[in-house]
Write a protein that binds this ligand. Structure first.
Ligand code: FAD
Ligand code: SIN
Length: 428
């Protein structure tokens, strides 16, 4: 079986994986894997925007909004850390070339989403994720120390007998070849779990693989039942990924209506509350959707065309003219607040294994994530994980570099037996 050795292995090429790779020092050797194509990540799908501390006076408000949305189950330390580093993160994205919407005077424009007490979300039309992640990807592609390897699936993590992570077993999706990648440090950035749900806004390939592999080896994970449902996805009878209608349309004035054309909920309550209200209304009416009226968006057609061109285009493609009629919407799975337990530097309970982005649970989001906190959290804690790896980390115990060739060969034989069994089961 083929084997290779890397200083750092990053599993996942969304915003979290890419930002981690980009913050590892240029001379270090980094391999970034992903299961599908390089642009097939939820990070590319993000619509509404990315939160930032609006000004120093907003710190208490931003903290309170995040905690209240999360039912105060958040870890206050990680929330404070995210808020504190938010402005420098946006500034750094701008240095990568990311373009955010601006007011006429050149200042950043801010929009609002559910459960935010004030506008504090910066955005790029309704495709903020694509704007951010394509710039991170372009920067990673320019780095000679970073290898990006698409269509490669992590099947399992490798550990020594002491529980230290040594890398991963992976499969080349195109050739079917299974190989072992040994790494001094391994970073799980495998995103969410939407692919496990019939109705989700997520890419179907996102099936919680990082969490599954970690759990299988006794690495701690938290809140596996904390799954967020977004209130408004475009209703369809077709199978496949659900198209999101960003919460920022409600932030800008769109209204939720029942079959009688009446409002039934404050559209800017936290996501879980709005989702529950929609479900209740659907049950009352015996209907499988409610309606979202975008005609009440402030600034009307001009705002819709300027701020939400992707949503307008998709609705038109599906036969709805949002300028003339409300569109049918229904809640769908959207985000996973649980995940591999990680600290402020992305460290998991296993030495030399890190978890960042939606795969991890560092407590920022509590029981229900505040809108547009995900990209920010992913970027900040991925950068902190890279810093920890660079500093040598607090991780104790051996790394793969402390083993002799003979010891590695023995581990490889054991691993080959396991992988062969797994491949056999999969083909059954
Ligand atoms: P992802 O970007 O999902 O990347 C996961 C990576 O892991 C992929 O490259 C995938 O191929 C790889 N992977 C998975 N399993 C394996 C495996 N076994 N082997 C190898 N690779 C693997 N958040 C906001 O803050 N603001 C928004 O406006 C916003 N809008 C959203 C809109 C939509 C439609 C969706 C779906 C999400 C939105 N979110 C938003 C949430 C946010 O986009 C995600 O939580 C965030 O991008 C997750 O980043 P990530 O890097 O952790 O994971
Ligand atoms: C949206 O635009 O509604 C999604 C924002 C998010 O998931 O944070």
């Amino acid at each position: 079986m083929k084997e290779e050795f890397r200083e750092t292995l990053v599993i996942g090429a969304g915003a979290a994986g890419l930002n981690c790779a980009l913050h590892l020092p240029a001379p270090s050797d980094v391999l970034v894997l992903c299961k599908g194509g390089l642009k097939e990540s939820d990070s590319f799908l993000a619509q509404g925007g990315i939160c930032v501390l609006h000004d120093p006076d907003d710190a208490a408000g931003y903290f309170e909004d995040t905690m209240r949305a999360g039912h105060y189950e958040n870890n206050p330390d990680t929330v404070r850390c995210m808020i504190e580093h938010s402005r420098e993160t946006i500034d750094e994205l701008i240095t990568f070339g990311v373009r955010f919407a601006r007011e006429e005077n050149g200042e950043l424009a801010y929009t609002r989403e559910g459960a935010h007490s004030r506008p504090r979300i910066v955005f790029h039309a309704d495709c903020t994720g694509k704007e951010i992640t394509s710039h991170l990807l372009a920067a990673a592609q320019k780095r000679t120390n970073i290898e990006l390897r698409p269509y490669t699936t992590m099947l399992d993590l490798l550990f020594d007998d002491g529980g230290t992570c040594l890398g991963a077993a992976v499969r080349d999706n195109r050739s079917g070849e299974v190989s072992l990648i040994y790494a001094g440090n391994t970073v799980l950035a495998t995103g969410g779990v939407g692919g496990l749900f019939a109705h989700s806004t997520n890419y179907r390939i996102l099936t919680g693989d990082g969490v599954g592999a970690a759990l299988a080896h006794g690495v701690a994970a938290d809140h596996l039942d904390y799954v967020q449902f977004h209130p408004t996805t475009l209703y369809t009878k077709r199978r496949g990924r659900r198209f999101l209608i960003s919460e920022s349309v409600r932030g800008e004035g769109a209204q939720l209506l029942n079959a009688a054309g009446e409002r039934f909920v404050d559209e800017l309550l936290p996501r879980d509350v709005v989702t529950a209200a929609i479900r209740k209304e659907m049950a009352k009416e015996g209907s499988d959707h409610v309606r979202l009226d975008l005609r009440t968006v402030r600034g009307g057609e001009h705002t819709l065309e300027k701020h939400f061109p992707g949503i307008l285009h998709r609705c038109r493609k599906e036969g709805y003219d949002v300028l003339r009629e409300p569109v049918p919407v229904v809640p769908a799975q959207h985000y996973f607040m649980g995940g591999v337990r990680s600290d402020l530097s992305g460290r998991t309970t296993a030495p030399h294994l890190y978890a960042v982005g939606e795969t991890c649970c560092n407590g920022v989001h509590g029981r229900n994530r505040l809108a547009s906190n995900s990209l920010l959290e992913a970027l900040i804690f991925a950068r902190r994980a890279a810093q920890d790896i660079t500093d040598g980390g607090r991780a104790k115990g051996k790394t793969v570099w402390d083993y002799t060739q003979k010891e590695i060969a023995a581990m490889q034989r054991a691993r080959r037996r396991l992988v062969t069994q797994e491949t056999h089961h999969e083909s059954e």
